[in-house]
Ligand binder design. Structure first.
Ligand SMILES: [Fe+2]
Length: 361
């Protein structure tokens, strides 16, 4: 008999940096010579976007965005503490980290034991100091459990789900930021250093046709014109099936298991149709409404092409979670959506009511 909790949250890397740098991706896009000048001109933006940008390129609004994210992360942490899990299963995108030219699986169970992780390495690369004023080369221990991960992969394969697994992080690249930032942000007051729950990561090829083509997502329009697309990533419906498979694989455990989807929703830098200037908020709100209405079929009908068109690549992590909570019969107990035009992505937060589940007969 297992107990499950479901959580959805963001791993927005720029939250790990300072307010000064939080609108850095939009500033980067505004420097793309192939984005039309008229589109770059704030006069053509919505009043909301102009207000966020203000007269200081979003520096003032960054403090408000941070406050909203930190409060909602704290609410997720409260639910996690109240549930007191033995293990935290995290679905997170691999953004040209372990998934590189050598091999790109659709999904991968990271079967690692405890690892020292550099949570700020990505922000340092982007030129931002960390938000905590800590040494930029600081590490924390990300607790793992190779045996549990191995068992999960074994059961998934036995259930007909051909799951990749990894025993060693790729040398010379960042630890998947989606997983590292989940620890960092669930323990925001201590920059992840006091988080001591084991994490069982399942990385997802959210970037699909852009996995290698854009090496982690950021591309200039001149490069996009000639890019060689990779094979597509797993479909949203397949991600839901994986989530259901993970739920089945774990429901016989005598453990308390938190299931976490880690990602923001539409990303400006992946939303080609809007010149990378803003996320597709209308597309996000449509799926958010379906989330709140428990309309899982609306999610299941979403195509991979729609996901890419709307810059929602990373939402595949949430499709995994939705498949799991559906399989387990769990209800949404709280959610909220923080929208923004200037800070790259909309951020959704969700808690699914804990449920006690007996092994399938
Ligand atoms: Fe990501």
């Amino acid at each position: 008999m297992a107990d499950f909790l479901g959580l959805g949250l963001t791993h927005y890397p720029l939250l790990a940096g300072t307010d000064e740098h939080m609108a850095g991706l939009l500033r980067w896009t505004l420097a793309d010579p192939d984005v039309p000048e008229a589109e770059k001109d704030p006069a053509s933006w919505s009043p909301e976007m102009r207000a966020e940008w203000g007269d200081d390129q979003g520096r003032t609004a960054a403090a408000g965005h941070r406050k909203a994210l930190v409060e909602n992360l704290a609410r997720c942490r409260e639910a996690l503490d109240a549930f007191a899990p033995d293990v935290v299963v995290v679905w997170g995108d691999d953004q040209y980290e372990n998934f590189r030219e050598e091999v790109v699986p659709p999904f991968c169970v990271l079967a690692y034991d405890d690892l020292e992780v550099h949570p700020f390495s990505l922000m340092n690369e982007r030129g931002s100091p960390n938000a905590w004023g800590l040494p930029d080369d600081m590490t924390f221990t990300l607790r793992g459990n190779r045996d549990w991960s191995r068992t999960l992969a074994d059961r998934l394969i036995g259930d007909g789900f051909d799951m990749a697994y990894s025993y060693r992080k790729r040398e010379g690249s960042h630890f998947p930021h989606a997983v590292a930032n989940t620890q960092l942000f669930l323990d925001y007051p201590h920059a992840g250093t006091e988080f001591d729950l084991p994490i069982l990561p399942i990385t997802v090829n959210c970037y699909g046709q852009h996995a290698i083509a854009r090496r982690g997502g950021l591309a200039r329009f001149a490069e996009i014109e000639t890019e060689q697309l990779d094979p597509i990533g797993p479909t949203p419906a397949r991600c839901m099936q994986l989530g259901a498979g993970v739920a089945r694989a774990l429901r016989g455990e005598d453990r308390r298991i938190a299931l976490v989807a880690s990602s923001s929703w539409s990303h400006a830098f992946l939303n080609d149709k809007d010149w990378h200037l803003r996320p597709d908020t209308a597309a996000d709100l449509e799926l958010y409404e379906a989330l709140v209405a428990d309309d899982r079929d609306r999610w299941r009908r979403t195509t991979g092409a729609e996901i890419v068109r709307d810059g929602q690549h990373e939402m595949l992590n949430w499709f995994c979670l939705l498949g799991a909570v559906e399989e387990l019969g769990m209800d949404l107990s709280w959610s909220t959506m923080v929208t923004t035009d200037v800070f790259n992505s909309n951020k959704c937060f969700a808690v699914f009511e804990p449920a006690t589940v007996t092994p399938a007969t």
